[in-house]
Design a protein around this ligand. Sequence first.
Ligand code: RUQ
Ligand code: CUA
Length: 765
Amino acid sequence: MNNSLKRVSALVMGFGIGLGAATNAWSQSSLEEVMKDRGLTQKDLLAAAKTYTPTGGRDEYLAFSSGGQSGQVIVYGIPSMRILKYIGVFTPEPWQGYGFDDESKAVLAQGRIHGKDINFGDTHHPAFSETKGEYNGRYLFINDKANPRLAVIDLHDFETKQIVVNPFMKSEHGGAFVTPNTEYVMEAAQYAAPFADEFVPLEEFNEKYRGAVTYWKFDDKKGRLDPEMSFTFELPPYSQDLSDAGKGPSMGWGFTNSFCSERYVGGIERGRPPFEAGCSQKDTDFLHVTNWKKAAELVAAGKVKKSKGSYMIPMDQAVKEGLLYLIPEPKSPHGVDVSPDGTHIIVSGKLDSHAWVYSWDKIQKAIKNKKFEGKDPYGIPIIAMKDALHTQVQVGLGPLHTQYDAKKCVVYTSIYVDSMVTKWDYCEGKVLDQLHIHYNIGHLVAMEGDSVSPDGKYLVSLNKLAIDRFNPVGPLHPQNHQLIDISGDKMQLLYDMPLPLGEPHYVVAIKADKLKPVVRYKSGWDSRTDTKSPYKTRAGREKVVRGEDGVVHVYGTVIRSHITPEIIEVEEGETVSIHLTNLERAEDETHGFALYSQNVNLSIEPGKTVSATFKAERAGVFPYYCTEFCSALHLEMQGYLLVKPKGYVAKAGKIQEGTKYTQADYDKQVKTNVDTQAVINSVVGFITSHNYKDFPEVVALVEDATDQLGFAEEAKKKSETFASKGDYQNATLWAGQWWQYQVKTADLGLRAKTFLEEHGAKKVK
Ligand code: RUQ
Ligand code: CUA
């Protein structure tokens, strides 16, 4: 690197001199010394080696965790357990501008209930979209237990695109579970309530309170749920719980359990025993078996009535058409998990020490032969337990959820009360291994565990309590996700990851190479609707328009390192709508936009257009700036919103610059610019003499650099025009701006050059 190149490089890359020295101390110590110092065993080292990921390394799997009551989704890598992203879903998330820009506010507004904004969600169960029972890496669905809602996240940009509100339920839990080709997404109610939005006394619980399971139709082309084509089964008020969709031989069916078929209503203050007593009285509850395929046919044939904009199948119709059956299941059950081949269904009862394995073959035979042991109070046929059960296996106290291994018949069940994972064989009905975890495991996830071909390899245990595992941080503890190696016969605990953002219930993990997220949007993109934004603005076309809607529309752009416009003038009382397009194409060049006292905070990723609309209620001065440290002149990425009092008349005069410039200043700046141009030319020479077009990352950088160089040329012309008129004040300032564009060009060019060097680009003629 020649000297001037080094200088520009140092300038554009910033600081970073002398970092090398500090690392010597530990790099010289031996493994034995480190082990002794930190009190590590051979086993610890082995575990570390299985999770440690050197800088720049990638994970084999990506896990998408529910964020519990944070209303978000958390993305982390396995086996490194490094957190990569929080995705705002039901809750505003400032980093992503989620819930702050108009576009994402519109998504959150879809989740309003009776016109009320609900700014949180209790997310429980994420689920991937599937093709033939395999995760296809396109979408992720997640439910909100507190307010019966489902959200759709598009995995091409990891953004939430849609929220739907269940029209019938008042609470839900058994979602999201997808059918093998993402035909439908299941969502089952939890606490029974009247379907109508009105008061119904608890005395009418048995007659008017209802459970339900909704099959939300997914429109794969649009990537959205379609409420119009979705249908709901009316169910008895049994407190339905988790669900799962059938596959293989059980394709077309869904399974939903329940934990209070006693239909008990508590009321401590009325002198009644609490819910917990009344709901755990009977030895069994009911597994609900629903035929969605046949239901969909009835809907298509026009045989199902619509209610509240969606189809509703009453219980008597479901019974008459053979769509709904019940099977007794262990006391207060929780998880229901269909085997990858769709032949078995495992249900665990929180108050039982057994996992119950049902045989789909047997269930089907009973249905076919109409062999029922009776009917429930609502007339739903009950299949006898002995006619459905394959086996019961003693797995430990408080079994909850089950995940399937890559090895046939092998499963892992979370044991809540005993704080352990039990590995067992459901074909033979025997326990294979047990591992203690810390503490009180809820869900657990194996790699691609819900697909038709689970990978096994790792298991993550989602523990309800962390207690003493981490440095104390006050009474509210983080969650503890423990990584377990399940590749051998014995499970091995590898790593504890604290997760400080709500209580995740479930996680799904997908092979990382199935995901192909974009690094930039098409220019002027509204990412929430995935269409071109009407407010898309190109470089040089920035403008302020007082629209017919009475709103001051600011069509602006952001690019290193300025926001255009830098001065926005409005009158007090006016409504302002600022639309900003990020002109960058380079990877990771996001700009932010924060404005004083207006609750305006935007994240503008490369190519994105976002808007912020607000009323400028009071006159005053409102600075704004970019919130992402995007270049060496990031702090200068700033501007002023000037809200003038009504009827304000500007006084004569102009802005006075704090510093005066002479011809000598101008000449000095021009000299710097000429030197810099030589550096740029050498970098350009390097890039164009290599096969850079084979590297899309570099092509994007070169496009951005070409833009910046074009701006430099314009600034250069302006500076020369002022100089020719003897106005060295403006000439010097424009020459400075010319240099700023050059520096950005050089920054991009050097990044491209480094990339080519590191990726073995070849010289071309
Ligand atoms: S459920 S463990 Cu939604 Cu088990 Cu929480
Ligand atoms: Cu853009 Cu800082």
